[in-house]
Design a protein around this ligand. Sequence first.
Ligand code: M6R
Length: 359
Amino acid sequence: QKDGYRFFMEKEIYEQSVVISDTLMGRLSDDEIIFDELDKTLFDGIKEIKLCACGTSYHAAMSASYLFERYSKIKTSLEIASEFRYRDPIMTKDTLFVVISQSGETADTLETLKMAKAAGLKTLVICNVDNSSMVRLADATILTRAGIEKGVASTKAFATQVTVFWMLSLYVAKLKNSLTQKEIASHISTLREIPSHVKVSDEMHERIKRLSKRYLHGHGFFFIGRDVFYPLALEGALKLKEISYLHAEGYPAGEMKHGPIALADPELFTIALLPKHLHYEKAKSNVEELSARDSTICAISQIAFERADDFIEISECDHYMLEFFEMMVVVQLLSLEISIRLGNDVDMPRNLAKSVTVE
Ligand code: M6R
Protein backbone atom coordinates (compact mmCIF):
# COMPACT_ATOMS: atom_id res chain seq x y z
CA GLN A 1 0.00 0.00 0.00
CA LYS A 2 1.13 3.52 -0.79
CA ASP A 3 -0.17 4.91 2.52
CA GLY A 4 -1.18 8.24 1.00
CA TYR A 5 2.02 8.76 -0.98
CA ARG A 6 1.67 9.31 -4.73
CA PHE A 7 4.14 6.57 -5.63
CA PHE A 8 6.00 3.75 -3.89
CA MET A 9 9.25 5.53 -4.68
CA GLU A 10 8.07 8.54 -2.67
CA LYS A 11 7.01 6.31 0.21
CA GLU A 12 10.36 4.54 0.12
CA ILE A 13 12.27 7.83 0.20
CA TYR A 14 10.29 8.79 3.31
CA GLU A 15 10.96 5.38 4.89
CA GLN A 16 14.73 5.78 4.77
CA SER A 17 15.05 7.09 8.28
CA VAL A 18 13.28 4.04 9.73
CA VAL A 19 15.05 1.44 7.60
CA ILE A 20 18.47 2.91 8.32
CA SER A 21 17.66 2.70 12.04
CA ASP A 22 16.75 -0.96 11.46
CA THR A 23 20.04 -1.50 9.63
CA LEU A 24 21.99 -0.01 12.53
CA MET A 25 19.99 -1.82 15.21
CA GLY A 26 22.03 -4.17 17.39
CA ARG A 27 25.13 -3.51 15.31
CA LEU A 28 26.60 -0.57 17.24
CA SER A 29 28.20 -0.54 20.68
CA ASP A 30 29.97 2.55 21.99
CA ASP A 31 33.27 1.67 20.40
CA GLU A 32 32.71 -1.33 18.17
CA ILE A 33 30.71 -2.48 15.14
CA ILE A 34 28.94 -5.75 15.78
CA PHE A 35 28.18 -8.08 12.89
CA ASP A 36 27.09 -11.26 14.67
CA GLU A 37 26.53 -12.81 11.26
CA LEU A 38 30.25 -12.55 10.36
CA ASP A 39 32.97 -14.91 11.42
CA LYS A 40 36.06 -12.73 12.00
CA THR A 41 38.23 -15.34 10.28
CA LEU A 42 36.56 -14.22 7.01
CA PHE A 43 39.19 -11.48 6.88
CA ASP A 44 42.21 -13.65 7.81
CA GLY A 45 44.92 -13.37 5.17
CA ILE A 46 42.85 -10.96 3.07
CA LYS A 47 44.93 -8.33 1.27
CA GLU A 48 42.32 -6.99 -1.10
CA ILE A 49 38.56 -6.46 -1.26
CA LYS A 50 36.91 -6.74 -4.65
CA LEU A 51 33.40 -5.28 -4.94
CA CYS A 52 31.13 -6.39 -7.75
CA ALA A 53 27.57 -5.28 -8.63
CA CYS A 54 25.25 -3.65 -11.17
CA GLY A 55 23.34 -0.36 -11.31
CA THR A 56 22.59 1.38 -8.06
CA SER A 57 24.27 -1.39 -6.07
CA TYR A 58 27.42 -0.66 -8.08
CA HIS A 59 27.23 2.98 -7.01
CA ALA A 60 26.96 1.93 -3.36
CA ALA A 61 29.99 -0.30 -3.94
CA MET A 62 31.91 2.60 -5.42
CA SER A 63 31.26 4.71 -2.33
CA ALA A 64 32.48 1.74 -0.28
CA SER A 65 35.75 1.66 -2.21
CA TYR A 66 36.56 5.14 -0.86
CA LEU A 67 35.61 4.16 2.70
CA PHE A 68 37.57 0.88 2.72
CA GLU A 69 40.78 2.49 1.50
CA ARG A 70 40.36 5.53 3.76
CA TYR A 71 39.41 3.78 6.98
CA SER A 72 40.26 0.07 6.68
CA LYS A 73 43.49 0.76 4.77
CA ILE A 74 42.80 -2.19 2.56
CA LYS A 75 43.28 -2.22 -1.18
CA THR A 76 39.85 -2.19 -2.81
CA SER A 77 38.82 -2.69 -6.40
CA LEU A 78 35.50 -2.30 -8.11
CA GLU A 79 33.86 -4.29 -10.89
CA ILE A 80 30.74 -3.98 -12.99
CA ALA A 81 29.38 -7.52 -12.97
CA SER A 82 28.57 -7.73 -16.68
CA GLU A 83 32.15 -6.70 -17.50
CA PHE A 84 33.87 -8.87 -14.93
CA ARG A 85 32.16 -12.00 -16.24
CA TYR A 86 33.68 -11.81 -19.68
CA ARG A 87 37.08 -10.21 -19.25
CA ASP A 88 39.20 -13.12 -17.99
CA PRO A 89 39.88 -11.49 -14.62
CA ILE A 90 42.78 -12.51 -12.41
CA MET A 91 41.48 -13.83 -9.08
CA THR A 92 43.83 -14.45 -6.18
CA LYS A 93 42.92 -16.21 -2.95
CA ASP A 94 43.97 -13.30 -0.75
CA THR A 95 41.01 -11.36 -2.16
CA LEU A 96 37.64 -11.17 -0.43
CA PHE A 97 35.02 -11.10 -3.16
CA VAL A 98 32.02 -8.99 -2.17
CA VAL A 99 28.81 -8.85 -4.23
CA ILE A 100 26.14 -6.24 -3.57
CA SER A 101 22.56 -6.69 -4.64
CA GLN A 102 19.18 -5.49 -3.46
CA SER A 103 17.38 -8.53 -4.87
CA GLY A 104 20.11 -11.15 -4.61
CA GLU A 105 18.95 -12.41 -8.02
CA THR A 106 20.63 -10.17 -10.62
CA ALA A 107 21.95 -12.63 -13.21
CA ASP A 108 25.31 -11.00 -13.95
CA THR A 109 26.15 -10.43 -10.28
CA LEU A 110 25.13 -13.98 -9.38
CA GLU A 111 27.40 -15.37 -12.10
CA THR A 112 30.40 -13.41 -10.79
CA LEU A 113 29.76 -14.86 -7.35
CA LYS A 114 29.83 -18.36 -8.88
CA MET A 115 33.09 -17.50 -10.66
CA ALA A 116 34.71 -16.28 -7.44
CA LYS A 117 33.59 -19.38 -5.57
CA ALA A 118 34.90 -21.64 -8.32
CA ALA A 119 38.27 -19.84 -8.09
CA GLY A 120 38.37 -20.59 -4.35
CA LEU A 121 37.93 -17.00 -3.11
CA LYS A 122 36.15 -16.18 0.12
CA THR A 123 32.84 -14.49 -0.63
CA LEU A 124 30.50 -12.08 1.11
CA VAL A 125 27.13 -10.76 -0.09
CA ILE A 126 25.50 -7.51 1.02
CA CYS A 127 21.87 -8.15 0.21
CA ASN A 128 18.33 -7.06 1.02
CA VAL A 129 16.58 -10.38 0.46
CA ASP A 130 17.18 -13.23 2.84
CA ASN A 131 17.32 -16.66 1.24
CA SER A 132 17.88 -15.18 -2.23
CA SER A 133 20.18 -17.02 -4.65
CA MET A 134 23.22 -14.93 -3.69
CA VAL A 135 22.61 -15.33 0.03
CA ARG A 136 22.37 -19.09 -0.39
CA LEU A 137 25.61 -19.21 -2.32
CA ALA A 138 27.98 -16.82 -0.53
CA ASP A 139 30.17 -17.81 2.43
CA ALA A 140 28.83 -14.91 4.47
CA THR A 141 25.94 -12.45 4.31
CA ILE A 142 25.11 -9.05 5.72
CA LEU A 143 21.45 -8.18 5.27
CA THR A 144 20.59 -4.54 4.62
CA ARG A 145 17.11 -4.62 6.26
CA ALA A 146 15.55 -2.06 3.89
CA GLY A 147 12.28 -4.02 3.72
CA ILE A 148 10.53 -4.75 0.44
CA GLU A 149 11.41 -2.18 -2.21
CA LYS A 150 8.69 -1.86 -4.84
CA GLY A 151 9.75 1.18 -6.86
CA VAL A 152 11.90 0.13 -9.80
CA ALA A 153 14.16 3.07 -9.00
CA SER A 154 16.10 1.97 -5.95
CA THR A 155 16.23 4.44 -3.05
CA LYS A 156 16.05 2.94 0.43
CA ALA A 157 18.06 -0.12 -0.61
CA PHE A 158 20.91 2.17 -1.69
CA ALA A 159 20.70 4.10 1.59
CA THR A 160 21.04 0.92 3.65
CA GLN A 161 23.83 -0.46 1.44
CA VAL A 162 25.95 2.64 2.03
CA THR A 163 25.16 2.45 5.75
CA VAL A 164 26.33 -1.19 5.88
CA PHE A 165 29.50 -0.33 3.96
CA TRP A 166 30.37 2.51 6.31
CA MET A 167 29.93 0.11 9.25
CA LEU A 168 31.92 -2.62 7.50
CA SER A 169 34.82 -0.25 6.81
CA LEU A 170 34.99 0.42 10.57
CA TYR A 171 34.63 -3.26 11.42
CA VAL A 172 37.65 -4.04 9.22
CA ALA A 173 39.49 -0.97 10.59
CA LYS A 174 39.15 -2.46 14.07
CA LEU A 175 40.46 -5.86 12.93
CA LYS A 176 43.41 -4.22 11.20
CA ASN A 177 44.03 -1.51 13.79
CA SER A 178 43.92 1.11 11.09
CA LEU A 179 41.81 3.49 13.18
CA THR A 180 42.15 4.23 16.87
CA GLN A 181 39.49 3.20 19.36
CA LYS A 182 38.64 6.87 19.76
CA GLU A 183 38.24 7.39 16.03
CA ILE A 184 35.95 4.36 15.74
CA ALA A 185 33.86 5.59 18.69
CA SER A 186 33.52 8.97 17.02
CA HIS A 187 32.35 7.35 13.76
CA ILE A 188 29.83 5.31 15.69
CA SER A 189 28.27 8.36 17.24
CA THR A 190 28.08 9.91 13.74
CA LEU A 191 26.50 6.73 12.33
CA ARG A 192 23.75 7.07 14.93
CA GLU A 193 22.90 10.47 13.46
CA ILE A 194 22.14 9.21 9.93
CA PRO A 195 18.41 8.54 10.51
CA SER A 196 17.74 12.13 11.51
CA HIS A 197 19.60 13.42 8.45
CA VAL A 198 17.50 11.47 5.94
CA LYS A 199 14.14 12.58 7.34
CA VAL A 200 12.29 14.56 4.69
CA SER A 201 11.08 17.94 5.90
CA ASP A 202 7.93 19.46 4.36
CA GLU A 203 9.91 22.60 3.69
CA MET A 204 12.63 20.77 1.75
CA HIS A 205 10.12 18.73 -0.24
CA GLU A 206 8.09 21.83 -1.13
CA ARG A 207 11.21 23.69 -2.20
CA ILE A 208 12.27 20.85 -4.51
CA LYS A 209 8.74 20.54 -5.93
CA ARG A 210 8.73 24.25 -6.80
CA LEU A 211 12.21 24.31 -8.20
CA SER A 212 11.76 21.17 -10.32
CA LYS A 213 9.77 23.08 -12.94
CA ARG A 214 12.94 24.79 -14.19
CA TYR A 215 14.46 21.41 -15.04
CA LEU A 216 11.93 19.78 -17.36
CA HIS A 217 13.53 20.69 -20.67
CA GLY A 218 17.00 21.51 -21.89
CA HIS A 219 19.51 19.18 -23.39
CA GLY A 220 20.88 17.39 -20.38
CA PHE A 221 22.13 17.18 -16.84
CA PHE A 222 25.55 16.83 -15.28
CA PHE A 223 25.62 15.59 -11.71
CA ILE A 224 29.07 16.32 -10.36
CA GLY A 225 30.93 15.58 -7.15
CA ARG A 226 34.28 14.49 -5.79
CA ASP A 227 35.32 11.47 -3.70
CA VAL A 228 32.22 9.63 -2.36
CA PHE A 229 30.12 12.38 -3.90
CA TYR A 230 31.16 11.10 -7.32
CA PRO A 231 29.27 7.78 -6.87
CA LEU A 232 26.41 9.84 -5.44
CA ALA A 233 26.52 11.97 -8.60
CA LEU A 234 26.34 8.78 -10.70
CA GLU A 235 23.41 7.60 -8.61
CA GLY A 236 21.60 10.95 -8.94
CA ALA A 237 22.02 10.83 -12.71
CA LEU A 238 20.81 7.22 -12.88
CA LYS A 239 17.70 8.05 -10.83
CA LEU A 240 16.84 10.93 -13.12
CA LYS A 241 17.42 8.91 -16.32
CA GLU A 242 15.37 5.97 -15.13
CA ILE A 243 12.19 7.79 -14.23
CA SER A 244 12.25 11.06 -16.20
CA TYR A 245 13.84 9.81 -19.46
CA LEU A 246 16.01 12.94 -19.52
CA HIS A 247 19.65 12.61 -20.41
CA ALA A 248 21.85 12.82 -17.32
CA GLU A 249 25.46 11.96 -16.63
CA GLY A 250 27.38 11.67 -13.40
CA TYR A 251 30.94 12.95 -13.44
CA PRO A 252 33.84 13.44 -11.08
CA ALA A 253 33.88 17.24 -10.76
CA GLY A 254 37.56 17.42 -11.69
CA GLU A 255 36.94 15.69 -15.03
CA MET A 256 34.77 18.42 -16.53
CA LYS A 257 37.66 20.30 -18.04
CA HIS A 258 38.82 17.16 -19.83
CA GLY A 259 35.98 17.27 -22.30
CA PRO A 260 32.45 17.49 -20.90
CA ILE A 261 32.63 21.23 -20.20
CA ALA A 262 32.44 21.74 -23.98
CA LEU A 263 28.71 21.05 -23.61
CA ALA A 264 28.14 23.88 -21.15
CA ASP A 265 25.41 26.40 -22.02
CA PRO A 266 22.25 27.61 -20.24
CA GLU A 267 20.32 24.52 -21.34
CA LEU A 268 22.86 22.25 -19.69
CA PHE A 269 21.88 21.78 -16.06
CA THR A 270 24.60 21.10 -13.53
CA ILE A 271 23.57 19.54 -10.24
CA ALA A 272 26.57 20.28 -8.04
CA LEU A 273 27.25 18.33 -4.86
CA LEU A 274 29.28 20.67 -2.64
CA PRO A 275 30.00 19.15 0.76
CA LYS A 276 31.47 21.51 3.31
CA HIS A 277 33.64 18.83 4.89
CA LEU A 278 35.31 17.22 1.88
CA HIS A 279 37.31 19.01 -0.82
CA TYR A 280 34.90 21.97 -0.78
CA GLU A 281 37.19 24.49 -2.45
CA LYS A 282 38.22 22.05 -5.17
CA ALA A 283 34.66 21.13 -6.08
CA LYS A 284 33.53 24.74 -5.87
CA SER A 285 36.12 25.87 -8.39
CA ASN A 286 34.97 23.14 -10.81
CA VAL A 287 31.41 24.45 -10.51
CA GLU A 288 32.59 28.03 -11.05
CA GLU A 289 34.18 26.96 -14.31
CA LEU A 290 30.83 25.59 -15.48
CA SER A 291 29.02 28.69 -14.32
CA ALA A 292 31.49 30.89 -16.22
CA ARG A 293 30.49 28.96 -19.37
CA ASP A 294 26.84 29.73 -18.63
CA SER A 295 25.66 26.30 -17.49
CA THR A 296 22.57 26.56 -15.27
CA ILE A 297 23.73 25.55 -11.80
CA CYS A 298 21.72 23.93 -9.04
CA ALA A 299 24.03 23.72 -6.02
CA ILE A 300 23.36 21.40 -3.08
CA SER A 301 25.34 22.36 -0.01
CA GLN A 302 25.29 23.67 3.53
CA ILE A 303 27.29 26.70 2.37
CA ALA A 304 25.44 29.29 0.30
CA PHE A 305 26.87 29.40 -3.22
CA GLU A 306 26.43 32.80 -4.82
CA ARG A 307 27.10 31.65 -8.40
CA ALA A 308 24.21 29.15 -8.32
CA ASP A 309 20.97 29.71 -10.23
CA ASP A 310 19.24 27.52 -7.67
CA PHE A 311 20.50 26.61 -4.24
CA ILE A 312 19.23 23.73 -2.13
CA GLU A 313 20.45 24.11 1.40
CA ILE A 314 20.96 20.95 3.42
CA SER A 315 20.90 20.88 7.23
CA GLU A 316 23.99 21.55 9.22
CA CYS A 317 26.23 18.47 9.57
CA ASP A 318 29.73 18.12 10.90
CA HIS A 319 30.76 15.03 8.90
CA TYR A 320 30.94 14.59 5.13
CA MET A 321 29.10 11.25 5.29
CA LEU A 322 26.12 12.98 6.90
CA GLU A 323 26.25 15.49 4.06
CA PHE A 324 26.26 12.48 1.70
CA PHE A 325 23.00 11.18 3.17
CA GLU A 326 21.39 14.65 3.17
CA MET A 327 22.29 15.13 -0.51
CA MET A 328 21.16 11.60 -1.38
CA VAL A 329 17.62 12.52 -0.31
CA VAL A 330 17.76 15.76 -2.32
CA VAL A 331 18.75 14.05 -5.58
CA GLN A 332 16.12 11.35 -5.05
CA LEU A 333 13.37 13.94 -4.49
CA LEU A 334 14.52 16.03 -7.43
CA SER A 335 14.20 13.04 -9.79
CA LEU A 336 10.85 12.14 -8.30
CA GLU A 337 9.39 15.62 -8.74
CA ILE A 338 10.75 16.08 -12.27
CA SER A 339 9.30 12.72 -13.27
CA ILE A 340 5.90 13.53 -11.73
CA ARG A 341 5.78 16.90 -13.51
CA LEU A 342 6.51 15.13 -16.79
CA GLY A 343 3.53 12.85 -16.15
CA ASN A 344 5.55 9.62 -16.00
CA ASP A 345 4.73 6.45 -14.11
CA VAL A 346 7.42 6.79 -11.46
CA ASP A 347 7.17 3.24 -10.14
CA MET A 348 7.04 1.46 -13.49
CA PRO A 349 9.43 3.28 -15.82
CA ARG A 350 9.38 2.18 -19.42
CA ASN A 351 11.75 -0.59 -20.51
CA LEU A 352 12.81 -1.47 -16.94
CA ALA A 353 12.13 -4.33 -14.55
CA LYS A 354 12.78 -4.42 -10.82
CA SER A 355 15.04 -7.41 -11.05
CA VAL A 356 17.25 -8.23 -14.02
CA THR A 357 17.41 -12.01 -13.92
CA VAL A 358 18.49 -12.42 -17.54
CA GLU A 359 21.85 -11.22 -18.80
O1 M6R B 1 18.92 -6.15 -7.24
P1 M6R B 1 20.23 -5.51 -7.61
O2 M6R B 1 20.70 -4.54 -6.60
O3 M6R B 1 21.28 -6.51 -7.97
O4 M6R B 1 19.90 -4.69 -8.94
C1 M6R B 1 20.91 -4.05 -9.64
C2 M6R B 1 20.32 -3.06 -10.63
O5 M6R B 1 19.55 -3.72 -11.60
C3 M6R B 1 19.47 -2.01 -9.95
O6 M6R B 1 20.17 -1.34 -8.94
C4 M6R B 1 18.97 -0.97 -10.95
O7 M6R B 1 20.04 -0.22 -11.45
C5 M6R B 1 17.90 -0.07 -10.33
N1 M6R B 1 16.79 0.07 -11.21
C6 M6R B 1 18.40 1.27 -9.96
O8 M6R B 1 17.42 2.14 -9.52
